[in-house]
Design a protein around this ligand. Structure first.
Ligand SMILES: Cc1cc2nc3c(=O)[nH]c(=O)nc-3n(C[C@H](O)[C@H](O)[C@H](O)COP(=O)(O)O)c2cc1C
Length: 226
């Protein structure tokens, strides 16, 4: 698959088939992804590949906490769309739009709180993915800057996975209850839980994996100077 096709076709997958991903395939993806760039070639990322019964336990507990409405305790600052800054309006709209597209594709009405909650539960269940790649960072790092490196690594993993017929979804929902992750993974105290990505074989039959996605045109974010 050429790079343009890979970039254009990759999309967040929100229903996975239960089939496990062979360890060798995950290993190949990570072998290639380790060539991602990072500041000063520091390669600050620490990855955990979580599968099998450990992941199933995490998904069950994570889903339950979501359904119980337990307050989030993320270890990195996440955006709150209640912030008053005017510049966030367009971002808020895009955020709301993707939420609407997801729910509409599943025929979930916005006012159907039960169905929405079940859907959020599924999100915290990592959409049924059989594999999660979790990224942590040492607390001593300049976190804002190291986040650039994490983003590059995650995108590279997602693109490589797509090119191998796998699907991914980078998931804030995977790190809202980091204590759960600390119970099941050997994450050192001096490390931060940053972000997880669900990985598995996409259920292409589901409309949630097929709705039309939107992007801003270049005129909205590019300034050409010569
Ligand atoms: C840092 C980050 C966190 C995300 N968290 C979630 C999440 O918790 N739930 C979800 O459904 N999608 C999540 N996404 C996926 C985005 O919604 C998705 O990338 C965006 O809508 C663009 O769509 P695409 O990936 O299909 O191109 C996340 C993406 C990123 C980069």
């Amino acid at each position: 698959m050429d790079i343009e096709t890979t970039v254009r076709q990759r999309r967040s997958i929100r229903i996975f088939k239960p089939e496990p991903v062979p360890k060798e395939v995950i290993r190949q993806i990570l072998e290639e992804a380790r060539w991602s760039p990072s500041w000063g070639n520091t390669q600050p990322w620490e990855l955990y590949v979580v599968t099998g019964e450990v992941l199933e336990r995490f998904k069950r507990m994570n889903r339950q906490k979501c359904l119980d409405g337990e307050p989030h305790t993320s270890e990195i600052t996440m955006p709150e769309f209640t912030m008053p800054e005017a510049w966030l309006e367009i971002l808020k709209k895009r955020y709301a739009d993707v939420g609407k597209s997801v729910l509409a594709s599943l025929s979930i009405a916005r006012e159907d709180a039960d169905a929405r909650n079940q859907y959020y539960g599924e999100m915290f269940n990592l959409f049924g993915a059989p594999c999660m790649i979790l990224v942590c960072l040492g607390k001593s790092l300049k976190i804002e800057y190291a986040m650039l490196d994490v983003g590059l690594m995650m995108q590279t993993i997602c693109l490589l996975a797509h090119a191998k017929g796998l699907g991914t979804c980078i998931l804030a929902a995977s790190v809202r209850y980091p204590k759960l992750l600390r119970e099941i993974l050997p994450i050192p105290e001096d490390h931060l839980v940053v972000i997880g990505t669900a990985m598995g074989y996409p259920d292409w039959g589901s409309p949630v994996n097929n709705f039309e996605r939107k992007r801003a045109g270049l005129e909205e974010f590019v300034t050409w100077v010569s």
